[in-house]
Design a binder for this molecule. Structure first.
Ligand SMILES: C[S@@+](CC[C@H](N)C(=O)[O-])C[C@H]1O[C@@H](n2cnc3c(N)ncnc32)[C@H](O)[C@@H]1O
Length: 308
């Protein structure tokens, strides 16, 4: 029997665009845990415009267009194109996942006043539509409720006095989605697989984790005055424990600050992370222990930079 303490894991940081994951072979990943840039959330506008010149062109036309009807059409086109770009990554995730592998995608809907109209962009439903058309099986999802969000009035500040008068106030988005998909049939194991048994969760963990609402406080969103959209470690911690076993390989195609990789190291899973923004590398290195030379003989981290 293999003791989980004997497992040595390997972690790869790839600085490159995950719409193509040419470094990864088909069916080489057991679990995807990720959070993409959220379409129609202002902080990601620039990135989507840079990723796809069609988005940039339509956006520029929208800014000078006088017809409201046409501007509305452009908003829809931009929103759809943003999701088409994300879907390129979901397709690659499907390719690299093993049969029975699972993808957990954390995404929030967006609310925004655009063309003078406050509205919802239901990102979670677009991701479900795309993943289903790729071939994923949709499983019951989790609602991540962040206890810190306060109700808003007309999408702006907190509720004011008139916020008590019906009917023009809006419900606050205080939940994000953790969508869960599977490729094909459930995974099969040999009876009494030792690593599977060593990866078991407790009854208390099962009762807390396999419920639909997770109340978890968000994490600090600025590092050295830089805005980052990281999730708290508790999110990948639960998902990796729930949907993989020790020694598996976990992929995060939108690595950001490296939270998924940090947790994968701690949980003795191998991992791969793609990040397009090279300026995040120092933050990732710090999170996974390279900067502070915390590396032990239990794990190694390799960094690859894709040539343009
Ligand atoms: C919401 S953040 C992920 C945050 C991460 N979960 C964390 O805890 O730090 C999304 C990240 O995806 C990156 N990104 C966006 N498009 C990408 C692409 N096509 N390929 C690789 N990385 C991408 C962004 O630069 C950003 O760092």
């Amino acid at each position: 029997m293999i003791a989980s303490t004997e497992i040595k894991t390997v972690h790869k940081i790839i600085i490159g665009d995950s719409r193509r994951m040419e470094e990864l072979e088909d069916e080489s990943v057991h679990l995807v845990v990720t959070s993409p840039p959220y379409p129609m959330i202002e902080m990601w506008d620039k990135l989507f415009r840079m990723l796809d010149e069609r988005i940039d062109k339509i956006w520029t036309k929208m800014e000078v267009e006088s017809s409201r009807k046409l501007r509305e059409r452009y908003v829809k086109e931009i929103y759809n194109l943003m999701h088409e770009n994300l879907a390129e990554v979901w397709k690659e995730c499907y390719r690299v996942l093993i049969d029975g592998g699972i993808a957990c995608i954390n995404i929030g809907d967006a609310t925004r006043s655009i063309n003078g109209m406050f509205r919802l962009f239901p990102n979670h439903s677009k991701v479900i539509e795309h993943c289903e058309s790729i071939g994923f099986v949709t499983l019951p999802y989790i609602l991540w409720k962040k206890p810190t969000n306060k109700p808003k009035y007309k999408g702006k500040g907190a509720f004011l006095g008139s916020g008590f008068l019906p009917p023009n106030a809006y419900v606050t988005l205080d939940c994000e989605f953790i969508l869960i998909f599977r490729k094909g049939e459930p995974r099969k194991f040999e009876p009494h697989d030792p690593l599977r048994y060593a990866s078991a969760y407790t009854k208390e963990e099962r009762d807390r984790w396999f419920t639909q609402i997770w109340e978890i406080t968000g994490t600090k969103q600025t590092i050295e005055e830089r805005r980052v959209a990281s999730f708290p470690e508790e999110i990948p911690y639960r998902l990796i424990r729930m949907f993989s076993i020790i020694g598996d390989t976990v992929l995060d195609p939108f690595l950001g600050t490296g939270t998924t990789m940090k947790v994968a190291i701690e949980l003795k899973r191998n991992s791969i992370g793609y990040e397009i923004d090279e300026t995040l590398l120092p933050i990732i290195k710090e999170k996974v222990g390279i900067t502070q030379k915390l590396l032990t003989s239990d794990y190694s981290v390799e960094i690859f930079k894709r040539r343009p």
